[in-house]
Write a protein that binds this ligand. Structure first.
Ligand SMILES: NC(=O)C1=CN([C@@H]2O[C@H](COP(=O)(O)OP(=O)(O)OC[C@H]3O[C@@H](n4cnc5c(N)ncnc54)[C@H](OP(=O)(O)O)[C@@H]3O)[C@@H](O)[C@H]2O)C=CC1
Ligand SMILES: O=C(O)C1=N[C@H](C(=O)O)C[C@H](O)C1
Length: 264
């Protein structure tokens, strides 16, 4: 049994991860953390009887008391880096879905993993469908290099563009390079009308109640368009990826970025 704790326990993802880890036969849920917790029991969060598994509000205390091997983090872009640093310092392997880590942050984490021999897995998206969407988009960009991305999320999301949209744009840019798209003389009559830009790729973020997590990658060519679309219609879509990462993180080599690198 691999001993797992979950950080961000009261959140939309945290609750779902707690349920998934609690039900898995090879994982043992030993504790959880949320800044809002008042020393609750995990059972209160997932609607089962008392489990005896604590939800604390301080990561170091929960690590000391529950001795986890793996920390799953779904918190927010402000908290995530310190949680990772603390986990690694304590010999706990992070599995991170929280978005917003910069390239510098990733370099620091890679270095920490190297120095301490503690592994970590970070993925901007843990759903298999989204990983395929990114892979297929990179392939399509070989033949249809002009592309824009529209990502659509629930209106409680803190970061824009989404981590998935950014990663998709980076993969496409790695394939086709920087490309100026649209009319050379185009102007924005309202600032932001053409979206954000990465290597010439325009990214558009929609935030509305009703959505979970969705993305369209639209390619345009002579007389044709190709749309690759992925929809997470529930947060269950991320759970097989998170569970797989919890099982693999103890035996990978250092820091792994992207679910695709551990999928069989
Ligand atoms: N990689 C993937 O597949 C996916 C990634 N995500 C990402 O995961 C992150 C979380 O998403 P979501 O669950 O929707 O967000 P929520 O806001 O619903 O949940 C985050 C929870 O973490 C708590 N929290 C904040 N700081 C800390 C801390 N230092 N220690 C413990 N708990 C803390 C928050 O408390 P409070 O509200 O008081 O701040 C909140 O309860 C986002 O970055 C999102 O983009 C989401 C879905 C899939
Ligand atoms: O905040 C979310 O909900 C999600 N965040 C991740 C992202 O920013 O890409 C993954 C997924 O899109 C859901």
């Amino acid at each position: 049994m691999i001993r797992v704790m979950v950080c961000g326990a009261y959140g939309k993802m945290g609750r779902e991860v707690i349920k998934a880890v609690y039900r898995d036969e090879q994982l043992s849920l030993v504790g959880a953390v949320d800044v809002k917790s008042n020393f609750d029991d995990v059972g209160d969060l997932i609607g089962v009887a008392k489990t005896g598994i604590p939800v604390g509000n301080d990561l170091q205390t929960v690590i000391n008391e529950t001795k986890p091997q793996v920390m799953v983090d779904f918190t927010n872009p402000v908290s995530v880096l310190n949680n990772i640093r603390l986990a690694i310092k304590n010999g706990v392997c992070p599995v991170v879905g929280t978005t917003g880590l910069t390239e510098n942050n990733i370099s620091e984490i890679r270095e920490l993993c190297l120095q301490t021999k503690v592994n970590a897995i970070i993925s901007p998206n843990f759903s298999v469908g989204a990983v395929l969407m990114m892979k297929l988009s990179q392939e399509a960009a070989k033949y249809l290099p002009q592309v824009e991305i529209i990502e659509l999320h629930h209106d409680q999301k803190l970061d824009a563009p989404s981590g998935t949209a950014l990663r998709t744009a980076e993969l496409i840019a790695a394939q086709r390079g920087v490309l100026r798209q649209g009319h050379p003389d185009e102007t924005e009559k309202l600032m932001g009308a053409r979206g954000a830009e990465l290597a010439g790729i325009r990214l558009h973020s929609v935030r509305l109640p009703g959505y979970v997590a969705h993305q369209e990658v639209i390619f345009g060519g002579l007389g044709q368009t190709l749309t690759i679309r992925h929809d997470s219609i529930s947060r269950e879509s991320f759970m097989p990826g998170v569970i797989l990462a919890c099982k693999k993180v103890l035996t990978v080599d250092g820091l792994i970025c992207g679910l695709e690198h551990i999928m069989e």
